[in-house]
Design a protein around this ligand. Structure first.
Ligand SMILES: NC(=O)C1=CN([C@@H]2O[C@H](COP(=O)(O)OP(=O)(O)OC[C@H]3O[C@@H](n4cnc5c(N)ncnc54)[C@H](OP(=O)(O)O)[C@@H]3O)[C@@H](O)[C@H]2O)C=CC1
Ligand SMILES: O=C1OC[C@@H](O)[C@H](O)[C@H]1O
Length: 384
């Protein structure tokens, strides 16, 4: 029988809507007959009307509570897991609220504002025996899983370099102005936490996650940050990561893999939106290369190019069952983890979320990018 997971949705913004629409798709359409999802409660911090409007807009079938506060949501005994879909600045406070109320959590990326906050969330979840996962949905795409398996099988040999670019070439002044969560420092806006995390995801899931756990080593970090002149958040950030490859037989021959993570709101990785400028992700090994196409957070195709003489070029194309967005795959993972009594997901383990947050902290330190103390704080609840 399918294991039922009852979801509570915290916030009613853009991604909450997209996520719920995916939750409502029949899991059988994606061969996931072992899980079932139900949305049992939605909360808006703005008003009960807004929560009720969300239910209508999304078309949630059956009975679903509409709450005017996040406190009411986390107190609802019918909720198995809370999906946190608030701006980055609020994840820590919102997740602590849910954990303190005894709720499991799927929390949108970026996990928190800094690693100190993320560590406390993981410690609290462990202490309270609750499930916690950063919602890096791309990791659960069948495409991502296949790419990781290909690397582990040695399809392109040893991987020495990964280039990943998640950039939208918009005019930020016109598109985001001053207040939007994308650029607002008070909401921990900026391209690093919002988009750059996907470039880091590609680097980590290929150069780090593919290794046995005891061989995963944090990278060295070098970076450049360009501030957005209207708010001081980052509009373009480039990160160079150096991963030691620690095979015991290396001897004196020191090897390193390089990850280049690019992100920008002003120059795009696909300016004409037709893929003319090539793949946003290139994973390069000593026996060939894997290229990934489409949006870096929602890829649709990969191409494997063996080194000359080692085989033929092969393409693999992926679809989104039931016309979904692809967020249901991470939701299915949450359901299976809850069913199996796990506190964390193998695809996005706490330790890896923490190392990635550490990298982003270091990039911000090097670039002088600070958020207001009130949102960097680990104090809970925050005394404002
Ligand atoms: N996985 C993905 O593909 C995507 C993930 N995201 C992530 O999801 C999160 C939310 O992004 P998105 O949905 O685009 O943001 P929106 O601005 O569309 O929605 C955020 C919601 O958070 C709630 N909220 C609570 N406090 C505040 C506050 N002080 N200011 C603004 N909103 C507040 C509001 O809901 P209410 O009033 O109902 O409480 C608001 O509607 C971010 O972490 C972002 O990185 C975003 C887009 C895509
Ligand atoms: O996670 C995201 O993916 C899609 C982007 O458009 C959005 O800004 C970001 O939050």
């Amino acid at each position: 029988m399918a294991h039922l997971t009852r979801w509570g949705i915290m916030a009613t913004g853009g991604i909450a809507k997209t996520f719920v629409l995916d939750l409502l798709k029949d899991p059988k359409t994606r061969d996931a007959a072992d899980v079932a999802h139900q949305v049992v409660a939605v909360a808006s911090s703005s008003s009960k009307d807004r929560a009720a409007q969300f239910l209508t807009d999304v078309g949630i079938p059956g009975s679903c509570a509409a709450y005017a506060s996040y406190e009411e949501l986390v107190a609802d005994p019918n909720v198995d897991v809370v999906y946190i879909a608030t701006p980055h600045s609020h994840h820590y406070q919102n997740a602590m609220l849910a954990l303190e109320a005894g709720k499991n959590i799927l929390c949108e990326k970026a996990f928190t504002v800094n690693v100190a906050q993320a560590k406390i969330l993981c410690e609290t979840a462990r202490k309270k025996n609750l499930f916690l996962m950063e919602a890096v949905w791309t990791r659960y795409f069948p495409l991502s899983i296949q790419v990781r398996e290909l690397i582990q099988q040695g399809a392109i040999g040893e991987v020495f370099r990964v280039l990943a670019d998640t950039s939208f070439g918009d005019d930020p002044e016109t598109k985001w102005g001053l207040e939007s969560r994308m650029v607002n420092l008070d909401l921990a806006g900026g391209c690093l936490l919002d988009l750059g995390i996907y470039s880091l995801t590609w680097i980590f899931q290929t150069l780090y996650h593919t290794l046995p756990r005891d061989q995963r080593k944090p990278p060295t970090v070098t970076s450049q940050v360009t501030p957005y002149h209207l708010t001081g958040s980052d509009e373009s950030t480039t990160v160079l990561l150096g991963f030691p490859t620690s095979t015991p037989n290396n001897g004196p021959h020191v090897k390193q893999s390089h990850g280049v993570a690019l992100t920008s709101m002003r120059v795009g990785n696909d300016p004409d939106e037709k893929g003319t400028s090539g793949p946003p992700i290139r994973i390069q090994g000593d026996k060939g290369e894997i290229q990934v196409f489409g949006l870096p957070f929602q890829p649709t195709r990969y191409r494997i190019i063996p080194k000359k003489g080692l085989g033929e070029v092969r393409d693999a194309e992926f679809s989104f069952p039931a016309n979904g967005r692809g967020m249901y795959w991470e939701a299915d993972e949450v359901a299976r983890c809850l069913r199996d009594g796990k506190l964390e997901s193998e695809g996005m383990p706490w330790e890896e979320s923490l190392v990635i947050m550490e990298v982003m902290d270091e990039v911000r330190r090097q670039g002088g990018l600070k958020y207001p103390e009130s949102i960097e704080s680990t104090q809970y609840p925050l005394q404002l």
